[in-house]
Write a protein that binds this ligand. Structure first.
Ligand SMILES: Cc1ncc(COP(=O)(O)O)c(C=O)c1O
Length: 354
């Protein structure tokens, strides 16, 4: 039986919310009322294989040709389409560990043979091309990673990505880089890995860094022939997106810098609170990253699930158990929603740890 569900998503939808919610991964919601140009909203439009103004907006943001852009319902569907268009049952896929669970689940659902390469905690979860080299075989079709890394928020620099691209090319594989957190690098934001060579495919959306999850504005960047195959494959699933969401997405692209700057203030205030918290803690520790909306904390003693149950039941505070990343001695916390809530959540976490 192939995997046909996601345990993490069930948790995210039913168990992650709380008064003090540290189980988030993206910034707080951007309110519709603050988005200009709403008078142009309409119900039906000319979408077909992409709504032209949206295709152009995504292409301009990424510095690519619109022929390389495949619109998708969030990074979730983008990842699914990217993998499904490339993989047949039994094909070998290398996925980072720890990883966002849906990347693994989607590959398993597609019947791929999933192998893992480690991002080691002792290296601060940095990507090591040698770990990929060791896992690579002539059968490898795809290498999958996130940049920034979910859960640790570690940034992989371009020279390392290039090395991984070279490894992929040596066996005729491709590299899928999920960049849904990349724009949370607020200074010298790296360009998309898609621009590094034809072996790269990239997925992204306006969800995590912009607070626009409800628009489901996601995309894949792929070589035009592959992009065309993805559009055709998407016909089997969603056919066309909701046109009002496309129009709102185009409106959002016109104000993307301001939307990002608004969230940045909260993320940076929260990171300062997290740094202060970690500096005062002996029971937990985490790799310190300058960017990103998540932190991955190690509990030095005791059981993470028991701690998080107590945190939820006695302190109205939630975080994501590390078992969803197959790292049971850690848990993930999220920044960028509301600093008052975040600060109080950390205070309660400190109490639960005592
Ligand atoms: C690495 C990664 N990719 C994709 C997604 C899903 O993104 P979207 O909401 O755009 O579908 C998430 C959500 O947590 C994620 O962490």
């Amino acid at each position: 039986m192939r995997l046909k569900h996601s345990d993490y998503m069930l948790f995210a939808k039913t168990r992650s919310r709380a008064r003090f919610n540290l189980a988030t991964s993206g910034v707080g919601s951007f309110p519709l009322a603050e988005l200009p140009n709403l008078s142009e909203l309409e119900i039906n439009g000319d979408s077909g294989y992409g709504y032209a103004p949206l295709q152009q907006a995504i292409a301009a943001k990424c510095g690519v040709d619109p022929d390389c852009v495949v619109a998708a319902a969030g990074t979730s569907m983008a990842n699914h389409l990217a993998m499904a268009s490339l993989l047949d049952p039994g094909d070998e896929v290398l996925i980072e560990h720890p990883a966002y669970e849906l990347l693994v689940s989607a590959a398993l659902y597609l019947g791929a043979e999933v192998k893992r390469f480690a991002r080691l905690p002792e290296d601060g979860y940095a990507l090591d091309p040698q770990a990929i080299r060791r896992a690579l075989t002539p059968k490898t079709k795809l290498i999958v990673l996130t940049n920034l890394h979910n859960p640790s928020s570690v940034l992989t620099p371009e020279p390392i990505l290039r090395e991984i691209g070279d490894l992929a090319r040596s066996v005729g594989a491709r590299v899928l880089v999920d960049e849904v957190y990349l724009d949370a690098v607020y200074e010298n934001t790296p360009r998309t890995a898609y621009l590094l060579g034809p072996e790269f495919m990239v997925t992204n959306s306006l969800t995590k860094v912009y607070g626009l999850s409800g628009l489901r504005c996601g995309w894949i960047l792929a070589q035009p022939d592959l992009a065309r195959a993805m559009w055709r494959l998407n016909d089997l699933f969603g056919v066309i997106p909701a046109h009002p969401a496309e129009l709102l997405s185009v409106a959002a692209f016109a104000h993307l810098d301001a939307i990002r700057a608004r969230a940045r203030k909260v993320v940076e205030a929260d990171r300062a609170l997290l740094t202060q918290f970690l500096d005062g803690q002996t029971k937990v520790s985490a790799p310190r990253t300058p960017w990103g909306t998540t932190g991955f904390l190690k509990l030095h003693e005791g059981d993470v699930d028991a701690l998080l149950e107590r945190l939820r039941n006695d302190y109205e505070t939630t975080a994501v158990p590390g078992r969803f990343f197959a790292v049971p001695d850690r848990f993930r916390i999220g920044m960028g929603v509301n600093s008052e809530m975040f600060g109080e959540g950390l205070r309660r976490l400190a109490q639960a740890l005592r």
